[in-house]
Design a binder for this molecule. Structure first.
Ligand SMILES: Nc1ncnc2c1ncn2[C@@H]1O[C@H](COP(=O)(O)OP(=O)(O)OP(=O)(O)O)[C@@H](O)[C@H]1O
Ligand SMILES: [Mg+2]
Length: 360
């Protein structure tokens, strides 16, 4: 049992207090360093992709949490450039790209063992999934068999071929793209597969001024050719470990779970978000806070990430989907989010019956 502090001799209290102060100092320095790394990372990518700082921050959020990203976008919105820019920003990171087609075999992704005549033995040829940043273009054009080979890689950070399990490099970030306007000849990702994606976002068209800037800049060279790495591989690991130490208050934790649970009882929903969704939302909020230069999560982080982290895990009723498609998907989702937030109001808000509003 610990000795009560009043019984502890004064000269032995001093080291305890000093250690506590030093720990706090270390923590503060760690957060400062991590947020500087994050800013350096985002700034470098912004030198090739304009007007998309929030979207770039979301992808970094996934990377900092060891998650994967689903980009749902129309053609020509810099998805490929984004994946190449991420790999190009991290010193020593290897990029790779997989173009999905219906005839793509699982071993085209994972690699396979080939018999070497000279050594009279099987030799493993790693597939394109063995890279730090893997862009999987048009994932819904691959067959379910190939999709599930990707699933193992995404979930386990390893690949099993011919009964042998091999680890993927670390960090491992998979960015899959899906074209939302073409459905013909595609294999929609099953819900279980969607749940493996840490977040779903879109890059979307740039603004007018940004598009003008793109035209001018790309006249002679592509800015990607001039991109230089600015973040060390070890710094990504540092960022990841700092995310684990971001503070989340108990009150926010409870509210987050309540909020996720509202997606399960909603009238427009067949299957709500999984527990994996709660875990992802909590982690994402911690990383997002860090990217914002904070060592603690605030309710706004969770509200900002609600749609990006949870909605692709939710299966809506056919009537909701039909209504949303007929008007606007964005508006329907915004309405869905608003009702969830009404059912589980953020702590400290006027609708929250338990907590007193600080300004009341
Ligand atoms: N926001 C942006 N900032 C800078 N460049 C952009 C932006 N959006 C598009 N571009 C430019 O548009 C071109 C097309 O981008 P990219 O090839 O990455 O598109 P994509 O989304 O991968 O398309 P696809 O779906 O057809 O594969 C690139 O030259 C890219 O630099
Ligand atoms: Mg592309």
């Amino acid at each position: 049992m610990a000795t009560p502090i009043r019984d502890t001799p004064a000269d032995s209290i001093t080291p305890v207090v000093e250690r506590a102060l030093a720990d706090r100092q270390d923590g503060a320095e760690r957060f400062e360093r991590a947020s500087e790394i994050a800013t350096r990372f985002v700034d470098n990518i912004e030198s090739v992709i304009y007007g998309k700082r929030d979207e770039i921050k979301l992808v970094l959020t996934a990377l900092a949490c060891g998650g994967h990203v689903l980009l749902e976008d129309v053609p020509g919105t810099a998805k490929t450039v984004l994946a190449r820019a991420i790999a190009g920003t991290i010193e020593g990171a290897t990029p790779s790209r997989i173009q999905c087609t219906p005839d793509l075999q699982p071993t085209d992704v994972t690699g396979l063992s080939i018999f070497d005549q000279r050594s009279r033995d099987f030799e493993f040829r790693p597939g394109p999934v063995f890279a730090n940043v893997v862009l999987v273009d048009e994932i819904n054009r691959a067959t379910p068999k190939t999709q599930s080979a990707l699933l193992e890689a995404m979930a386990e950070y390893q690949v099993t071929v011919d009964g042998v399990t091999r680890e993927l490099p670390s960090p491992f970030l998979l960015i899959a793209t899906e074209n939302p306007i073409e459905y013909e000849g595609t294999f929609p990702l099953p819900e279980a597969q969607l749940d493996r994606f840490f977040l779903r976002t879109a890059l979307g068209y740039p603004g007018l001024e940004d598009e003008l800037k793109i035209l001018v800049e790309q006249r002679f060279v592509h800015p990607l050719d001039e991109l230089r790495p600015t973040v060390a591989l070890a710094e990504i690991h540092e960022l990841r470990s700092s995310v684990q130490h971001v503070y989340v208050d108990e009150v926010i934790h409870r509210w987050l779970v309540e909020l996720v649970r509202t997606t399960r009882d909603h009238e427009a929903v067949v299957i709500g978000s999984s527990v994996r969704g709660s875990l992802a939302l909590e982690r994402a909020a911690r990383a997002w806070a860090l990217l914002d230069g904070r060592s603690y999560v605030i309710p706004e982080d969770i509200e900002r990430l609600f749609v990006t982290v949870l909605v692709h895990r939710v299966v809506f009723t056919p009537s909701f989907v039909a209504r949303a498609r007929a008007s606007s998907w964005e508006d329907a989702i915004a309405e869905f989010r608003a009702t969830c937030l009404e059912l589980a109001p953020r702590p400290g808000s006027e609708e929250d019956p338990i907590f007193e509003h600080p300004h009341a």
